[in-house]
Design a protein around this ligand. Structure first.
Ligand code: GDP
Length: 528
């Protein structure tokens, strides 16, 4: 029985790569696409990305800063499985899009630099995955460079992230001593043809010590590696799919994206272990990927691909049904049917002409602002998918106008930008100046540029006297009222009217938490 005959979406694997800049995400992406035959030569990903970016209105920002603002969808196929890889903007100037993309995937690959271990951005993205119990496969990259001893590294990751790890491959030496990988379960050594080369042959063994003779690995490199592996097997977990699917355990693959080592094993893991689309929580019920009616939600809106038009492309993750070109769908928030004109299908080369998409697939819908982040599309049912959260901004700024006559336009434009998901807007209970909140500084540039170009409202940012924001809630309304009596000058409303405490510093937040135990201070809020 083929995967297709079980359930069409069983053949889909929709995932993202989470990593800190420089860990090797781009290189690994190239290798994965190459392994799946989606591109002919390594190097194409960057080239294609650059061409795409050249069409973007953020070109000047991107060129100046040398980074990509836009996420994209890459698709490749192998063994009858379609892999949808959603790119997460990787610079430290990442935006909420980076987070939101994770709401649209079923699994994530966490790439870690073998010399650096967990870094700040990996940790942030990992926490978002954990929030959604997204299963994570770990890829420890750059074993061809000097790195931290594998066991010490795994120990650090396991304790640092409170995550069980199950090693699946193991490096024989690191850096200049790197000789190959051991596939632990299959008892196979993955080796280069010539020392320092790419992975090109496999050798089975019954005892890894045989590799000294069979593969000419020097004992001073082989023996410590085997010892490390034996110790790791003693102290770390064994792979357990259930635990992986629940997000508690991550299988670990060592490798080198650059030398194409271990990438095939990673791809095998995505194929065998990563889940196909299953169910998605919506308000009221769970929507199964096997249901016939089409459902999906917008996880990202990209504006101004063409600077001459106020076009937007809404990226929709399909959750159920079979979407066909020409279909009409029900726009739940607007309570009306809409024609999905000229949908963009993201498919591997040979399927570019396909005109249907399955659960797990992403379609791009060009529109003029009708579709916003968090919107649900169905064939008529009134449901709303959950899990498109707002994250507490890490940067807060007051917005000022040069021209006070434009206050009304400013207010409307900010509301639009907030609904599109470009920024969060907080309106203080006292005072008129709006405060914008973002998770990466580049978002501020994007916001200012769009306010100016699209709305004709040039803005300036002033330092806000706040460093962090938390949504406040309590089961006891009087607690909130009392809190407001004392803290009104530090409280604002978000675009849905939810109350947000703006803390002047980390100490003030800690103090508030201590002083108000009946109040919840949340750093994530589901979008209303
Ligand atoms: P990204 O910022 O995470 O997308 O990282 P890149 O893929 O651009 O890689 C950052 C740098 O590390 C580049 O110079 C790559 O050539 C290098 N790199 C990536 N993977 C490996 C690897 O496996 N081994 C070595 N030695 N270098 C690597």
């Amino acid at each position: 029985m083929t995967a297709e005959s079980v359930s069409p979406s069983a053949s889909r694997r929709t995932f993202a790569i989470i990593s800190h800049p420089d860990a090797g995400k781009t290189t690994l992406t190239e290798r994965l696409l190459l392994a799946g035959g989606a591109i002919r030569a390594a190097g194409d990903v960057k080239a294609r990305g650059e061409r795409r970016r050249a069409r973007s209105d953020w070109m000047d920002i991107e060129q100046k800063r040398g980074i990509s603002v836009t996420s994209s969808v890459m698709t490749f196929e192998r063994d009858g499985i379609t892999f949808n890889l959603l790119d997460t903007p990787g610079h430290s100037d990442f935006s909420e899009d980076t987070y939101r993309t994770l709401s649209a995937v079923d699994a994530a690959v966490m790439v870690i630099d073998a010399a650096k271990g967990i870094e700040s951005q990996t940790r942030k993205l990992f926490e978002v995955c954990r929030l959604r119990d997204i299963p994570i496969i770990t890829f420890i990259n750059k074993v061809d460079r000097e790195g931290v001893d594998p066991l010490t590294l795994l120990d650090d990751i396991a304790s640092g992230l409170a995550l069980d790890l199950a090693p699946m491959t193991w490096p024989i030496g690191l850096g200049t001593d790197f000789r190959g990988l051991i596939d632990i379960e299959q008892k196979v050594a993955l080796l280069p043809e010539v020392r320092g080369g790419t992975q090109s042959k496999e050798l089975t063994f019954s005892d890894p010590h045989e590799l000294e003779e069979k593969a000419h690995v020097e004992p001073h490199i082989l023996n410590p590696s085997i010892e490390g592996l034996e110790l790791a097997e003693g102290v770390l977990s064994r792979f357990d799919r259930e635990s992986f699917l629940e997000g508690h355990l991550s299988p670990v693959y060592f490798g080198s994206a650059l030398k194409e080592f271990g990438v095939d094993r990673l791809l095998d893991a995505l194929e065998k272990f990563a889940p196909p689309p299953t169910t998605r929580p919506a308000n009221g019920r769970k929507v199964s990927a096997s249901e016939a009616p089409v459902t999906g939600f917008v996880f990202k809106v990209q504006a101004n691909m063409d600077p001459n038009h106020r076009d937007r492309v809404a990226f929709v993750r399909l959750c159920s049904g079979k979407f066909k070109r020409g279909m009409k769908l029900f726009h739940v928030r607007e309570n009306r049917m809409v024609t999905i004109a000229a949908p963009i299908f993201f498919f591997a080369q040979e399927r570019e002409t396909a005109d249907e998409a399955l659960p797990g697939d992403i379609i791009g819908i060009p529109n003029h602002g009708m579709l916003r982040v968090g919107d649900t599309l169905t064939e008529g049912e009134t449901i709303r998918f959950e899990g498109i959260p707002n994250f507490a901004p890490e940067i807060l700024r007051r917005v000022s106008l040069d021209d006070p006559m434009k206050a009304k336009q400013l207010s409307r434009a900010l509301q639009d930008m907030a609904e599109e998901g470009v920024t969060q807007v907080f309106r203080p209970l006292i005072g008129a100046q709006a405060i914008v909140g973002v998770v990466g500084p580049l978002q501020l540039d994007v916001l200012a540029s769009r306010m100016d170009k699209e709305y004709g409202v040039p803005i300036r940012y002033d330092q806000a006297p706040f460093v962090t924001a938390r949504w406040i809630a309590s089961d006891d309304k009087t607690v909130i009222e009392k809190f407001l009596e004392v803290n009104r000058s530090s409280v604002a409303e978000d675009r849905d009217g939810a109350l947000v405490y703006l803390a002047r510093n980390a100490w003030a937040l800690d103090q508030a938490k201590q002083d108000w135990p009946a109040l919840r201070f949340a750093d994530v809020r589901e979008r209303g």
